[in-house]
Design a protein around this ligand. Sequence first.
Ligand code: HPA
Length: 260
Amino acid sequence: MSAADVIRGRAPGFAPRVAVVLGSGLGIFAEEVQPVATIPYGELPGFPPTSVGSHAGRLVLGTVGPTPVAVLQGRAHYYERGRADEMKPVIRAMAELGCETLLQTNAAGSLRPDMPPGALMAITDHINFTGQNPLFGETGNNRFVDMADAYDPALRAALVAAGEGLFEGTYIWFGGPSFETPAEIRAARVLGADAVGMSTVPETIVARHAGLRVAGLSLMTNYAAGMTREPLGHLQTMAVAREAAGKVRRVLRRFLEGYS
Ligand code: HPA
């Protein structure tokens, strides 16, 4: 049985339109969902174990306003097992269920002095700085995925409209799990990045390959390495994410209530 089969069995007749990935510290958004079914990743074939404590590893199916959603509470990261394709079965199951949009959230470091911790940024584009690709090994012509407008302009506009002073910018993917060096951050700025993180990009690539539209929302949890004297750490990321989770929750709710 495929993951999509298991999901269909648990929520017969339920057809999610938007899959929402909740990043570090943002799992609380799941409380906005009028639930139909909740399934631990462990019961879904191919879904990854999530080793980061702040990621619950649960799929919540239900509605937000008029919109049927599949909320992925937790993601696997490249740095966990050195594989960029950990989320491939998850994204593909969402496509198989009929989702047309992948809405991603993450915690990120800001490269812009005017975009402080606590700020939200709609992702306009990304830079894959890892050299990894979740589509390594795919065959067929459609593996050559067009990545122009990978972050759907109309969805991005809807996010900005739902937002509370949202920034817009480019997200750069570093592999982690160590944070970047100050020199890497200076380099990333020269390359045109506004925010840095360790996720999202592989899921976007898989989603575009599967024909899904993508929207991305980054929560700044810190200034990137070398920009302040503040030491970087996961606990600090989590603390800021929890503090701002209410704002993220409102933006996502408004986006999904207005989704059509
Ligand atoms: N770098 C990489 N990933 C992150 C950061 C950062 O500064 N903050 C939150 N996730």
